[in-house]
Design a protein around this ligand. Structure first.
Ligand code: TRP
Length: 330
């Protein structure tokens, strides 16, 4: 069975956008691949984190991913990135196979440097090397990511090709796996922007831990247009189109079916139906995640077991890399 790898940054509680665009695909892929999934806490420290919040958030994100239905029977593993030291060790090695010019061309680095102009630390710059290490350590063939991360997966391939060119076929070349629909769930208050977990306005996103009332309230308040027709048109009706995408993914209906179902109905009725569909999709995950969050001792035990497995899975590749390069064996 081939391996897939992906990770999510604990920069906030995952949103409906993370669920529809990422977690749901992880769950599906974990049935066909050995799914290795990580909470990318090391990536998150490129911006300052408050220690107490950070610890709580990593646990909550872990609980949500645990609850989302990954196929652990099929060998899926879920662990916090910082607990498997091989990731940082391989990062140093691969940094000697990554060119300054390549990193300078990363569009995310350019965007993030503009946004964090008071803290353009070198971690922000070398972030894609840590990501390459995450992927290459486990020999992942498929990497489910949003389109914003595609360039980083391509860089990972370039690094792997460069390394393999010198030392033989050590690394598996990964392919980005970009789902078409749902990859972009937009902000409810500003449907031209992506729904993001770190957004300052909580009405713009639905958190995976929001209860039914909060979900419905946020859907009702979602910004739409002054028309009254539930019809898909990203340009003229970005708000309604976003709600239609959300509804169709949560209710398992096509956009055409959705359009037909709500033809002649007003926005209020449609928005309530969207809220109910979202709640139905998220409720089982939310309830299960809250149980984990309410029992931290149990959660930590699961985390430790999973981390031990990930550590075992990562070890052979790091060893092979060091061996191939001529490091004195330990
Ligand atoms: N950088 C990714 C993001 O911000 C998260 C991530 C870290 C990741 N390591 C990864 C994604 C490896 C895919 C593979 O979304």
């Amino acid at each position: 069975m081939k391996t897939c790898f992906s990770a999510i940054q604990p920069t906030g509680i995952p949103t409906l956008g993370n669920y529809l665009g990422a977690l749901r695909n992880w769950v599906n892929l974990s049935r066909e691949y050995t799914g290795i999934f990580s909470i990318a806490d090391l990536h998150a420290i490129t911006v300052r984190q408050d220690p107490g919040d950070f610890r709580r958030r990593v646990r909550a994100v872990y609980a949500i991913c645990m609850a989302s239905g990954l196929d652990f029977k099929n060998g899926a593993v879920l662990f916090p990135q910082s607990q498997v030291a091989a990731h940082t060790e391989l990062t140093w090695i691969l940094s000697c196979f990554t060119m300054y010019g390549e990193l300078s061309r990363m569009t995310q680095f350019k965007d993030k440097s503009l946004k964090n102009s008071d803290n353009i630390n070198s971690g922000l710059f070398t972030y894609p090397i840590l990501m390459a290490s995450d992927i290459l350590l486990y020999g992942a063939a498929a990497v489910p990511v949003g389109s914003d991360q595609k360039q980083h997966v391509e860089l990972t391939r370039d690094i792997a090709v460069r390394f393999n060119g010198v030392y033989g076929d050590v690394f598996v070349l990964p392919e980005p796996f970009i789902p078409d629909m749902g990859a972009r769930v937009m902000n409810l208050q500003d449907p031209k922007r992506k729904m993001e977990k770190s957004d300052p306005n909580p009405n713009g996103y639905i958190s995976m831990l929001d209860d039914r009332e909060a979900i419905i309230k946020k859907c009702k308040r979602a910004v739409t247009d002054s028309g009254g027709e539930v019809r898909y048109d990203e340009k003229l009706k970005p708000g309604i189109s976003n709600l239609m995408t959300i509804y169709s993914l949560c209710a398992g209906k096509s956009l055409e079916e959705t359009e037909r179902e709500f033809s002649g109905q007003n926005y209020g009725t449609f928005k309530t139906a969207v809220g109910e569909a979202v709640n139905t999709a998220l409720a089982p995950i939310r309830d299960c995640a809250n149980e984990y969050i309410g029992n931290p001792a149990h959660l930590d035990k699961l985390m430790n077991e999973q981390t031990r497995r990930a550590t075992e899975l990562a070890a052979p590749m790091l060893k092979q890399v060091k061996n191939a390069m001529g490091f004195v064996a330990d």
